[in-house]
Design a protein around this ligand. Structure first.
Ligand code: PLP
Length: 489
């Protein structure tokens, strides 16, 4: 038994001591996160095998848990807070965000209804309205926080399905000859979360129409216009289109203005997926990222990606809160309150009833940095990306594989005369060597079947030295892989 208190919980003093120590540890960790191997070195099953497979019979001491945390859990952590984490889309937990998360855990408020914690709902409303203003969007957007962009996009398509007026909410779609095919459009470079939403909503994966992109990986408006016209002529219903502002592979930016203009002719819902790139509109010279978005029906941005807010925090905005509410609202008697009609109950706008107080951490991040502080960090990341792109561009035997629009660089080693297959093998080997060395961490993608490395800058602690380190590691790895390949031959 680890506690003298009657509840079996820690005593307040035990908690105080342990929590102070944990906060000290977090501060040390974040100061020295660059000293860990970025990508965890454990093999599948290692962590599980090091942990007891049966639960403890008696309560254990905090000390023994923390020993396991440091000895067993930490080696199995890939350090997203490492300043040389450049894989996927790099993110980071800033100190104000971590404090917000800590206070949220302490309060443990559930904002399912307005009355079950008025501040949870109202701070969410205020914070998301601030974020809307920071991104330069007009008024009239309803916002709510979700866990991930995948859920935000699911909500967008659910609202679009509701607005189509087929009463699918009541009657479903099965055994209904009066429901034609419902079509959703996105570019061939769109994120798989759109596929998942289409699948989960019962629309059928084959009704997600992938529109070709131009040589800069942007959805071709003419191809979209042709696809939607052909579908309408065939009697299908164009339900929604999902242009992307900052695609996952290359951060290309689809022409939202054109997509909105075309979609409007068919009453087709426009959902803008700006999960990664959207928050960059806070930077005045990147305001163009929101061009056309005020004409869309919904938008997702992820503060947990590039806005220094800890996982998880995605923001879903819609101009048609009515459709969203119609898709999801239900009011069982046990949830009726005297303020049911006058206050916003966020449970009415999605699947989940319970609601974590996520707004607090985002509010604290926005306050701690302010518009200027956020813009300065994001601008710096874009600058670092351009510098890295310059290093690649001016080095023989390397090439850029996509335009650098934000803070992501797509590039690869491409020795003269090597064919695609050899280039793919070479770059996979280079990436594996760099990642195994553990000083930096990169990921890859394929662009029109061309194997490509990705360096994504988005961590608040990333500095010029980390970009230079990545470049050194990459060149050394290339040399190693190429010379050991020659020795084998
Ligand atoms: C990361 C990303 C997503 C998925 O985000 P989750 O929050 O992990 O669901 C969707 N779309 C784009 C463009 C992304 O970059």
């Amino acid at each position: 038994m680890n506690s003298a208190s009657a509840t079996g919980d820690l005593s307040p003093d035990e908690f105080r001591t342990a929590a102070h120590a944990a906060v000290d540890w977090i501060a040390d960790y974040l100061e020295s996160s660059g000293e860990y191997p970025v990508r965890s070195r454990v093999a599948p099953g290692d962590v599980r095998a090091a942990l007891p497979s049966v639960p403890p019979q008696h309560g254990e001491s905090l000390d023994s848990m923390l020993r396991d945390f440091h000895g067993t859990i930490m080696p199995g952590i890939t350090h997203w807070n490492h300043p040389a984490f450049f894989a996927y889309f790099a993110n980071s937990a800033s100190y104000p965000g971590i404090l917000g998360e800590l206070l949220t855990a302490g309060l443990n408020a559930n904002g399912m209804l307005w009355v079950t914690s008025p501040a949870v709902t109202e701070l969410e409303e205020v914070t998301l309205d601030w974020l809307r203003q920071l991104m330069g969007l007009g008024e009239g957007w309803f916002g709510q926080i979700t866990d991930t962009a995948s859920i935000s996009t699911f909500y967008a398509l659910a609202a679009a399905r509701e607005r189509a007026g087929l009463d699918i909410r009541t009657k479903g779609m099965a055994a209904r000859p009066d429901v034609p095919r419902l079509r959703v459009y996105c570019s061939e470079h769109a994120h798989s979360s759109i596929d998942k939403a289409v699948i989960a909503l019962g629309l059928g994966h084959e009704n997600l129409v992938k529109i070709p992109a131009d040589e800069q990986f942007r959805l071709l408006p003419d191809a979209f216009a042709a696809a939607i016209a052909a579908d309408a002529a065939a009697g299908y219903i164009p339900l929604a289109v999902v242009p992307c502002v900052g695609t996952t592979s290359t951060t290309s930016i689809d022409p939202v203005v054109d997509v909105v203009r075309i979609a409007r002719q068919y009453g087709c819902w426009v959902h803008v997926d700006a999960a990664y790139g959207g928050v960059a509109a806070i930077v005045p010279e990147l305001q163009y990222l929101m061009d056309g978005v005020d004409g869309a029906d919904s938008l997702v941005v992820n503060p947990h990606k590039w806005l220094f807010t800890p996982m998880d925090c995605s923001v879903f905005y819609t101009r048609d809160a009515r459709a969203l509410k119609q898709a999801f609202t239900l009011l069982p008697e046990y949830l009726v309150t005297s303020t049911s009609t006058e206050a916003t109950n966020l449970m009415d706008y999605g699947i989940q009833l319970g609601r974590r107080f996520r707004a607090l951490k985002l509010w604290m991040v926005l306050r701690a940095f302010g518009r200027d502080g956020l813009a300065e960090r994001i601008r710096f990341h874009c600058e670092l990306a351009r510098e890295f792109a310059g290093m690649v561009h001016f080095e023989g035997g390397w090439e850029l594989t996509a335009p650098v629009t934000l803070s992501l660089v797509c590039f690869r080693r491409a020795p003269e005369g090597a064919n695609e297959e050899a280039i793919a093998r070479l770059n996979a080997a280079i990436m594996e060597r760099v990642n195994a060395r553990g000083r930096v961490y990169l990921s890859h993608t394929k662009l029109a079947s061309r194997y490509t490395l990705r360096l994504a800058i988005g961590n608040i602690r990333t500095d010029r030295e980390h970009i230079e380190l990545a470049w050194r590691e990459l060149r050394e790895a290339a040399q190693f892989v190429e010379t050991s390949g020659e020795r084998r031959e």
